[in-house]
Ligand binder design. Structure first.
Ligand code: 13P
Ligand code: SF4
Length: 352
């Protein structure tokens, strides 16, 4: 929930209370003016701001009407009647909101907010895979662009990936494009993982049998691929009482070594509900700050070198500019949007 609108001084006081010890006072003093102006303009324009869990703390805890993981934000985007929708997240998330709201304006505060997973696969790659494995259903992670979604049967996010795969009633499933998420889902659903991808990163037919198989792709999150099982071992050695949480975009051995793996919101909920005092999150590092602000009795161990450069593009300054200048407006060609919408709506219909 955003902080209450008010004068700059009132907003500064709320931010100081909320973010004490997380964001330096000097930064809060500067940012309170931006927050004040964003809240004023948001009201004036009848806008809604959606904020992903990876937003920096001074933004995350102030201006979004709704915060959450990809699935929660997609559900809220599907339900809103406000216009414009300002998406403080990355481009594939804003595109999803646009596909679900073709008649509303969707604004992404920075055009540089991409994603290494979304960049890892093209619509043509998906068409080739379909030709090679006719009749095999195709699941695509929501971290893809609209033209890729348009070629797939159903989307998924990190919080419903295994459920979506099982909902298909098919022994063999193509799951794109995250290599590690596919392997983690294969383990969770009792399937083997195979990668029909050649050294040139193009589809290839080199698979032995298709029984109980997930056919993956070699895309990776440039943040989560950095974590190793050695990191987990070191954390456990230094902090034996720490609970280790990992996002399922991490390599499978990291996920296996963790105490819990789940979406960004599932990890935040775990910290909130668990009695343990210390946590290490193997995920994008701003989230630890966001959780720390809401769980004052708990300690979050930070690995602050691992910040998603794309999420980091979204600032309060750019969010204000988005509302002032109506930028960067997200557009999706009508025919692509209609086909991608089927895949997204099919996902939203899968029970949580
Ligand atoms: P969540 O759906 O878990 O929020 O993940 C989104 C993402 O981009 C993780 O890197
Ligand atoms: Fe993409 Fe990884 Fe950044 Fe998430 S953390 S937006 S998957 S690059």
């Amino acid at each position: 929930m955003p902080i209450r609108p008010g004068t700059v001084a009132e907003i500064r006081e709320q931010m100081l209370r909320l973010l004490e010890g997380i964001v330096p006072e000097a930064e809060i003093v500067l940012k309170a003016e931006l927050v004040h102006e964003i809240l004023r303009l948001k009201e004036e324009r009848g806008a809604i701001i959606l904020g992903h869990n990876y937003m920096e703390p001074a933004l995350f805890h102030t201006v979004p009407d709704v915060t959450g993981d990809s699935l929660e934000l997609a559900r809220r985007a599907a339900a809103t009647d406000r216009d414009p929708i300002v998406f403080c997240g990355v481009k594939f998330m804003a595109e999803t909101a646009k596909i679900l709201n073709p008649d509303r304006t969707v604004l992404l505060p920075s055009e540089k907010a991409g994603c290494s997973l979304a960049e890892s696969i093209t619509a043509e790659d998906v068409r080739l895979l379909r030709e090679m494995f006719p009749g095999v259903p195709v699941v695509t992670y929501i971290n893809t662009y609209a033209d890729v979604k348009a070629e797939c049967d159903v989307c998924c996010t990190s919080s419903n990936a295994a459920k979506v795969v099982e909902s298909l009633g098919s022994d063999t499933v193509i799951f794109l494009p995250d290599e590690y998420l596919a392997a983690n889902v294969a383990r969770e659903t009792g399937r083997r993982i195979l990668y029909p991808v050649g050294a040139d990163r193009k589809p290839t037919l080199q698979v032995d049998s298709l029984e109980h198989v997930i056919l993956g792709w070699k895309g990776r999150c440039e943040v989560h691929e950095q974590f190793t099982v050695e990191d987990v071992r070191r954390v456990r050695e230094q902090f034996p009482d720490a609970i280790v949480l990992a996002h399922p975009e991490c390599p499978p051995d990291v996920v296996e070594a963790a105490d819990f793996a789940g979406s960004t919101t599932a990890m935040a909920r775990y910290v909130k509900e668990s009695p343990a005092k210390r946590y290490m999150l193997f995920t994008e590092c701003s989230m630890a700050d966001n959780i720390a602000a809401e769980n004052r009795d708990k300690e979050m161990i930070r690995m602050c070198s691992v910040r998603c450069p794309h999420m980091n593009e979204i600032t309060l300054e750019d969010t204000l500019r988005a509302l002032r200048e109506n930028v960067v407006e997200i557009t999706v060609p009508k025919d692509v949007a209609a086909r991608a919408r089927n895949a997204i709506e099919r996902m939203l219909a899968v029970r949580a």
